[in-house]
Write a protein that binds this ligand. Sequence first.
Ligand SMILES: Cc1ncc(COP(=O)(O)O)c(C=O)c1O
Length: 395
Amino acid sequence: MSSTTKAFLPYTNPSRIQKIDSLKVFKASHGCFLKDNLSESYLDLNAKNCGNVLLGYSDHDLINALTQQASILPYHSIHQWSLSEPLIDFMNFFNLANNQPNNGFFFANSGSEANESAIFLANSFWKIKGHKNKKICLSLQNGFSGSTIFLKEQLVQIHRKNDKLFGQELINELKSTISRIGADKISCLIIEPIQHHGAGATGDIEFFDRLKEILNENQILLILDEVVTGFGRCGSISYSQSLNFKYDIITFGKSSTSGYFPFSFAWIKDSIYLELLNFNSVFEFGYTNSGHPIGCALARIVAEKVSQPSFKVSTNEKGEILSKILTHGIPEVKSVKFYNLYGYLFFEDTVIAAEVKRRLFKRNILVTHYKNYITVSPPAIIDQNEFNYLMDNLR
Ligand SMILES: Cc1ncc(COP(=O)(O)O)c(C=O)c1O
């Protein structure tokens, strides 16, 4: 039995892991590279799981903020009728940067928890309004990435004929799902503005406006899951807000602290937040580490960096260069889709995509594969050095 088998690894097959003699063990990192315990370096084109490490592995501002915050106030619980300075700073900065000064926050530690919190808030909203039966959450097929059992039990997925499109067909499928279940039982719809496990499907402002209109007619709240697309991955602090998509709650996670600390939150539109303040009993919900001061201090720095206009320009340029290098260097690529530094490479089928992923791994390049595509989401500090490395290693 290999020594690594004592830990269950998320989204892996335990019996297959048992058969592997030794898994790769990483011990160090620098910039865009990870180093294993045999001192071999890998270019992390996936920023270790859907682009978490947005600012790279050696961002001095983040390292300094982390150590400084740990030396001043390493822990604080917001359960006990009090706040911390980093928490207030972060909320003020985030609301101002998004031009939404009166939005509310519900803090958590992971994307799944942020989504669960958002659904809890949506259900609480309807309870206040006297609709106690509105508890079901709608999502798209392959359009929800959360891990909690509670959530999985409450979800109803919209059956889709074509999971590549956000258009009229999806609107029709939404309408028929609502009439099948009954609007009086549905609390919210959760949707990713770019569907991570849906081949990067997305919609334009007309689609999202129409979606919101139908949800409003049926008294259903709209939760946008920006756990992947938020905090810079697509060039702005919030992808949906850079395009003016309407929403009731937005969830953020992954790159909010560039992966340096577990941190996530649900961001609540002011009108919904104000209504929720009428909830006149204890919120039986939340997390011991909600609004952790280290997470808040780091998220404040990431938010500041990604809301600079130059960040959008540079991630757009780098995405274009990366897309060209990968298309040129991997002959099996059929087509590509890039949203700044959130990219999809499409292949003929799943087998080819898996083969390419293995080949890249052998050439010390890390990417993620799902179905017939590979996603790339490198640290935003990727630059000429890494582009040269890629061109050399893809040859
Ligand atoms: C779009 C999206 N939302 C939520 C999550 C869940 O985040 P976490 O793994 O931090 O719980 C994921 C995870 O990959 C995701 O891709």
